[in-house]
Structures are given as structure tokens and as C-alpha cells.
Design a protein around this ligand. Sequence first.
Ligand SMILES: Cc1ncc(COP(=O)(O)O)c(C=O)c1O
Length: 357
Amino acid sequence: MPSAHGGEVEAAARRLGIREARLLDASASLVPWTPRLPLLLGQAVLRDYPDRSHSSLRGRLAAVHGIASSSLLPGNGAAELFTWAARDASEAGVSMLPAPRFDDYSRALACWAGSSRSIPLATNWSATMPQAYPVGDRGEVLWICNPHNPTGQLWSRKSLESLLHRYRLVICDEAFLSLVPDGEQQSLIPLVADHANLVVIRSLTKLYGIAGLRLGYAVAQAERLQRWAEWRDPWPVNGIAAAMAEQLLSSPRRYQCWCQKAQAWVAREGAWMQQQLAQLPGITPMPSAVNFVLIRAEHSLVPLRKALEQRHFILLRDCRSFEGLGENWLRIGLQSWRGNRRIIRALRQELVRAPLG
Ligand SMILES: Cc1ncc(COP(=O)(O)O)c(C=O)c1O
């Protein structure tokens, strides 16, 4: 079975009989550098129960986004918050889910036996972003991912805003938005104050390269978030994660500097990868606004993915688990300058050694 999530480095190293450090993991899409772990967070972080209201962390997030801290709820990664959003969604009615999509929305809905239908997204998108999210037959809840994983499409705030009055609940996953050059202009966060039916979910995982820490947050009106807080277990965000996040977000300026660095990397390396991939025989890179790119071929790319793993120790994301994609697609997460050159070299070698088709 193809993996339903990227980033399974430990399992891949075991399979290949090598140390994890030898692998280049382009199957997950994180920035390739990580903030230094403060050596001393203070013994209290271990000893004391975390503040259940997370008032300090909420204050930092509120300052970063310029919103009220009552409209913020930190979570154990965005994934935990999808679970609570899905509980509301299952009560509101049928969820419309884009296909292909990040599959955790289905996992979250399944927790509450929530019903859903897929909205197929066109796979022949172009560099011009669609002006409106395609609406198929109607449901009560709309799930949006902006920019979209796995396609890398970015929708404008304007085109999404016009959908808000059509659904009882709109859940917008902005896990990757802070990595998109000028992406913040398309965020739906400023619309939350006037739309009680809107939930925006963000993640610090991709932006800081901290998948292991587990930190995300929801932005929605206070009443909804208070309800979620009563449902969840008492300390979903552990003390180390909260303390780390408070340091990373110690000032809006610090956060913005980090975002600028990440966005400059996406702009530079994304453009280089697009150009290089377009020159390789038999594959076509799709346009992307963010730090991953889908490639497509007329033939199965499974042998190519396996060759990269086994002969070059490079992990790419198999797309067979994405509804609407399949074996002719792969997703590549942008890496450091050196890592991207290693990927292109390996792809070129393999496509010459074993041409597709
Ligand atoms: C689109 C999208 N949203 C959310 C998440 C989950 O983020 P977190 O690590 O904060 O749970 C992922 C993880 O791959 C993702 O791809």
C-alpha cells in the first residue's frame, strides 16, 4: 500500500538498512531548516501542568495576526483541530471535500461519522489561479485548503469570500499559507470577526520545520472555540511545545522575519525547480504557489519513485493515496539549495537509465 502521508523517514531508513541522516526526505513539505532548541526552557516546563487557557501563547498569536486572543485556540498540531472542526461539521450536515486533498479531513470526519462528498478539482490547472473554488452539488459544509495540498494552487481571498454565505460552515486549512510569497493577503483570518460560520486552521509545522513539536491553532469566533475547549482533553498542547512557540513568536517582527526568509526560499528554489523539472524527459511539473510541486507523466511514476528511494536515498511523495491523482503523479517537497540539486541530478540519471514508458 502506498503511504497515506509523507515524512515516514524512520520506516524508510529501516526498509533500506541505512541511517536516517543519509535520507533526503522530499515526501513531506517542511522548511529545510529548524529553529535551535533552547537548551534551557526552565525546569517548570516539565514540572508544572501547562496553562490550560494558553493565555500567553494566545496573546503572542493574537499580536502576530492583529486579532483578539479570544478568537484563537492553540492545538496539538492542525490535525487535532481538524477533529473538533469535524465534530461541528458533522452536526452541520454534509461536508464537501476537495479531491485530491490532504486526507486528514476524512479521518477527522470519520471520528464523528460525518458524511461527506468529494468536489473533484480540475487536474489541468494552469499558472493562472482559478477565480472561484469549483462548486459541485451542494452540501452544508465546505472544506478548503489554501494553498491547496497536494496541488499547490492558491485561491484569492475575494474568490473564497463569496462562498461564505453559501455554506453553514466553512473550514479553511491555511497550514501552508505563511510560506507563500505575499500569501497573507489571501488569508481568511480577517473575515472571522464578521463570519460566525468560518473556521481557519493554521499550523507552525511547515513554516518552522517542527513536525515533531505538534503545534497548530484555530481562528474562529470565541463561542465556537470555548465549546471545543470543553470537548478536548485538558492539556492538548504540552508545556515544551507551548514554551517553544512563545519563543518563536516572541514578537510579530520575529515571526515576520522568519516568514520572509521562508517565502524568499520558496520563490527562489521553487522557480529553479520548475525550470529544471520542465527540462527532464517524460515529466511535466505543475505550477505551484508554495513549497511543493506535483509532477505528472503519461506513465506510472512508481518505478521512478522507488529508484530514487533505493538508489539515491531520496523520498518523494507517492500520490496513489490522493483521490483523483494516482500512479502517474509524484509530489516533491522543496529542499535546501543542495538538496534540490541532488533531487534533479537523481531524477535526470534515472530518466536516462530507464526512460518512462
Ligand atoms: C494541508 C495540511 N494541513 C494540515 C496538516 C497537518 O499539520 P500539523 O502538523 O500541524 O498537524 C498537513 C500535514 O501534512 C497538511 O498537509
